[in-house]
Design a binder for this molecule. Structure first.
Ligand code: SF4
Length: 240
């Protein structure tokens, strides 16, 4: 088990000037106890492409909440074939899901914020926490411009919510345009829903297309109203 101090993070982070430098450093230091957590969004396509250029035996974790779009499963298969990788698919605890929906209904998330947070906890946050428990670091696709909660993110962070492991955010300073330029210049596969107005990829009942000019996370949990947050709990350490 390896844990970084804040002093080490502060010493290393300024040297990681590009996403490729951040990934090369992280994989060189921490493979195989480091994994990319992926929902198959545009940022994930970019990072998987960059990781596969460094080494082919990278570890990729994805959560199958049981409520994903069919296109997401197809996208996993596309990325596996293109890059010769294999996703480690993490599932929620079957008994917890069963108890939750039997008590509160199959589409409980539409009924209250409490129900939605519970569903995200059972289907996403808890399974991810279990998956990260054996790691020294994880890699995310978060960008600081995505939400208010992510503005304080930096390329390396100590993830206190997940046992103090290192959180590596290689695209933290990239804009949406940076992501799409890189995808197009390199012919990288991307999730088909992103051509249909989706700005992020999540569960099918809780994610929808965003009108032109809308925010990065406006397609999430739209029935709850409000703005700024739009987090499921996976990245809540920046003030949410
Ligand atoms: S996004 Fe919706 S379906 Fe998916 S875990 Fe959260 S509440 Fe449940």
């Amino acid at each position: 088990m390896r844990r970084f101090t804040q002093a080490e993070v502060d010493e290393v982070a300024p040297r990681l000037r590009t996403p490729q430098e951040a990934l090369a450093w992280a994989l060189g230091e921490l493979h195989p106890r480091i994994a990319k957590a992926s929902s198959l969004g545009a940022e994930d396509s970019v990072i998987i492409h960059m990781m596969a250029a460094i080494r082919r035996d990278v570890r990729l974790i994805t959560l199958d909440t049981g409520r994903l779009n069919e296109e997401t499963y197809a996208m996993m298969a596309t990325m596996e074939k293109r890059y010769g990788v294999r996703f480690e698919v993490v599932y929620p605890d079957a008994r917890e899901v069963s108890d939750m929906v039997n008590a509160r209904g199959i589409n409980l998330f539409y009924e209250s914020v409490e129900n939605r947070v519970m569903c995200c906890g059972v289907r996403k946050v808890d399974p991810l926490r279990r998956a990260l428990a054996g790691l020294d670091a994880w890699i995310t696709g978060i960008r600081s411009e995505q939400t208010e909660n992510r503005r304080g993110a930096s390329v390396l962070e100590i993830d206190a919510r997940n046992g103090g492991i290192l959180k590596v955010n290689p695209l933290v300073s990239w804009t949406r345009d940076d992501v799409w330029s890189f995808i197009r210049e390199n012919g990288i596969p991307y999730h088909p829903l992103l051509d249909r107005g989706y700005r992020s990829i999540g569960c099918e009942p809780c994610t929808r297309a965003v009108p032109e000019g809308g925010g990065e996370r406006d397609g999430r949990w739209w029935w709850e109203g409000g703005a700024g947050g739009k987090e499921c709990g996976l990245h809540m350490e920046h003030g949410a």
